[in-house]
Design a binder for this molecule. Structure first.
Ligand SMILES: [Zn+2]
Length: 491
C-alpha cells in the first residue's frame, strides 16, 4: 500500500465508519481455517450429522472445542458448552396387524402403532366416543381394548391429536384397558403424510410420556369401523403387534457466549444460531453415494456462527453475543424448541436472533434473508451485506413457508425478532432441488469465494445489530408483534 492509498483508506474510514468495521472483519477473518471447518463438518466421516448416529459426537465435540479455542465462554447454566436434551427414539414395530371384523389393517398402510409393548390375541372392544371424562364414566375397560375417535370434536389439529391421545392413553390405562385404538377419521390431516412420517424411526423430546399401553391409530376416513360396530355387532379385535422399540438418546445443543463491553447493554444478547445436524445416511443417489453431507444444510451456517465466535471474542460488541448451534432441526426443530422452552438465558434478554439455515443457493450476488421486511434490524443486515458486494433480498418463495419451518420460528413465537440469513436464492427451483437433502450436497461443489463473502457479511450484520443502542423490534402488524411486546414489556 503506497502513501496515496493509505490516505485514501483513512479518508474512506472517516467518511464511512462501516468501511472501518468491514476492514476489521476482513483482517480478522481466517479464510483457510473457516474452509477447513466447513470441509470437516460436511465430510463423510461425520456420516451426515444425524442425532441418532454415534458420529454426531464428532460434530458437537468439534464445535464445542472450536468455540472454546476461540475464547467464547460457557454459560453458567449449561453443562460446559452443552445443553443436554433427553430425546426418545422410537422405531415402528417389525410386525403390526389388526383384524376388525372383515377388515384387516397393516402397519404403515392403514395402521400405525404409536406406542406401547407387544400384544397379540383377541380382545373385547369398548367404544369410548372421544374418550371424554363423561364418556368414560362407568365404562368397564378391564382387560379390554378401548376404541375412540382421534382428538376431540373441537380439537382436531395435528398437535391436538397427539396431545389428546397421550391423555386418553393414560386414562384408559388407569381404568385397566390393555390397549387404545383410535379411529383416524380427520380428513383435514393427511393420513399419507402422517403415515410416512411416523412409519420410520423418529426422534422426539422425552416428556416421560412413554407408555406400556399399546396405542394404535387405524385409518377410518369413511367410518367403516363405526358402521361395523353398529350394524355387524363388531365387538372384538384380533391384534398382532411385535418388535416396536424405544430408546433414550442424549441430544446436545452447543452454546456459549461472549460478554458485551457496554455496562448497560451487556445484559442483552444477540443470539447467533444455526442448526448443525443434518439427515444422516439414506437412499443412495445415482453415483451410489448414501451419505447426506449437508454442506449447504447447514454446515455452512454452523461455520458462520463459529467464525462469528472467533471474531467477537477478539472484538466484543456492546451487547453480549449468545452462540447457539442447534441439534435435531431436521427431526422437527427439536434442539431450538427445547432451548426456547428451557432457556439458559432469560428469553427477554435475547433481543434479536440472527439465525442461519439453508437449502442451497442459485444466486451468488445476493443473500436471501427469510423475514426481511419484518423487523427494524433490516437496515443493518442490508448495509452489512452491501459492504461485501452482496444484496439482501427477502424470501422469494413465501408459499414454501420457510420462515415458519426453521429454528428461528421457535423464538419468533416467543416474541424475539428472528430472521434467517440464508444463502442467495431467487426461487426454490431445480438448482436448489439438485442439492437440497441430497447426498451430493458437498463442499467440493460449493462456490467458496461466495461462502467467504457470506460468512463475513454475517459477522458485520451481527456486529451492527449488537452495537445499535436501539433494540430491534417487529414491524407494526407483524403476526409476532404482540408476542414481542409482551416478551419485552414494550408499549
Ligand atoms: Zn436446515
Amino acid at each position: 500500500m503506497n502513501k496515496y492509498q493509505l490516505g485514501l483508506g483513512l479518508l474512506l474510514m472517516m467518511a464511512n465508519p462501516l468501511f472501518a468495521q468491514k476492514k476489521k472483519v476482513e483482517k480478522t477473518f481466517k479464510e483457510k481455517e473457516a474452509i477447513g471447518h466447513f470441509t470437516y463438518l460436511a465430510s463423510d466421516e461425520l456420516m451426515g450429522r444425524d442425532p441418532i448416529r454415534p458420529e454426531m459426537e464428532l460434530a458437537y465435540t468439534y464445535i464445542a472445542d472450536e468455540l472454546m479455542k476461540a475464547g467464547a465462554k460457557p454459560l453458567a447454566t449449561a453443562d460446559g458448552y452443552y445443553q443436554n436434551i433427553p430425546f426418545r427414539m422410537s422405531s415402528p414395530p417389525t410386525q403390526g396387524s389388526i383384524q376388525l371384523g372383515k377388515t384387516s389393517y397393516e402397519q404403515g398402510v392403514d395402521l400405525l402403532v404409536l406406542d406401547g409393548k407387544s400384544i397379540s390375541g383377541s380382545y373385547e372392544l369398548v367404544d369410548i366416543g372421544f374418550g371424554t371424562a363423561a364418556e368414560l364414566e362407568g365404562k368397564d375397560l378391564k382387560g379390554k381394548i378401548a376404541i375412540s375417535n382421534v382428538g376431540a370434536p373441537d380439537r382436531l389439529g395435528p398437535a391436538d391429536l397427539f396431545a389428546l391421545g397421550r391423555e386418553k392413553t393414560q386414562k384408559v390405562q388407569e381404568m385397566g384397558a390393555i390397549a387404545l385404538i383410535e379411529k383416524f377419521n380427520v380428513p383435514s390431516v393427511p393420513w399419507q403424510m402422517i403415515s410416512n412420517y411416523l412409519n420410520r424411526t423418529t426422534l422426539g423430546v422425552d416428556q416421560g410420556e412413554s407408555s406400556e399401553l399399546p396405542y394404535i391409530w387405524v385409518k377410518d376416513l369413511d367410518n367403516t369401523i363405526r358402521a361395523a360396530m353398529a350394524e355387524d355387532n363388531l365387538s372384538e379385535a384380533a391384534l398382532k403387534i411385535e418388535g416396536k422399540t424405544t430408546k433414550t438418546v442424549e441430544g446436545k445443543n452447543v452454546v456459549a457466549y461472549i460478554e458485551g463491553t457496554d455496562p448497560a447493554l451487556k445484559d442483552e444478547y444477540i443470539m447467533l444460531s444455526a442448526h448443525y445436524d443434518h439427515v444422516g445416511v439414506g437412499k443412495p443417489d445415482a453415483e451410489g453415494d448414501s451419505i447426506y453431507n449437508g454442506a449447504r444444510d447447514n454446515a455452512v451456517g454452523t461455520v458462520a456462527v463459529m467464525n462469528a465466535a472467533k471474531y467477537f471474542a477478539k472484538n466484543p460488541p456492546k451487547r453480549s453475543v449468545l452462540l447457539a448451534l442447534w441439534t435435531a432441526e431436521e427431526k422437527g426443530l427439536l434442539g431450538s424448541g427445547y432451548f426456547a422452552n428451557n432457556p439458559l438465558v432469560p428469553l427477554d434478554q435475547i433481543i434479536f436472533n440472527l439465525n442461519i439455515d439453508n437449502g442451497g443457493y442459485n444466486d451468488t450476488s445476493v443473500v436471501t434473508v427469510i423475514g426481511l421486511g419484518r423487523t427494524s434490524g433490516d437496515a443493518h443486515i442490508s448495509e452489512a451485506v452491501k459492504e461485501f458486494g452482496l444484496e439482501a433480498i427477502a424470501d422469494p418463495s413465501p408459499e414454501q413457508g420457510l420462515y415458519d419451518r426453521s429454528d428461528n420460528v421457535n423464538f419468533a413465537r416467543k416474541g424475539i425478532p428472528a430472521p434467517t440469513f440464508s444463502l442467495g436464492f431467487q426461487a426454490f427451483d431445480d438448482e436448489i432441488q439438485k442439492y437440497y437433502h441430497k447426498p451430493g450436497d458437498h463442499v467440493e461443489n460449493f462456490d467458496l469465494d461466495y461462502a467467504v463473502k457470506y460468512w463475513k457479511s454475517y459477522i458485520l450484520a451481527a456486529e451492527l445489530i449488537a452495537n445499535d443502542p436501539n433494540q430491534p423490534i417487529w414491524v407494526a402488524g407483524d403476526k409476532y408483534e404482540e408476542a414481542g411486546k409482551s416478551l419485552y414489556g414494550l408499549d
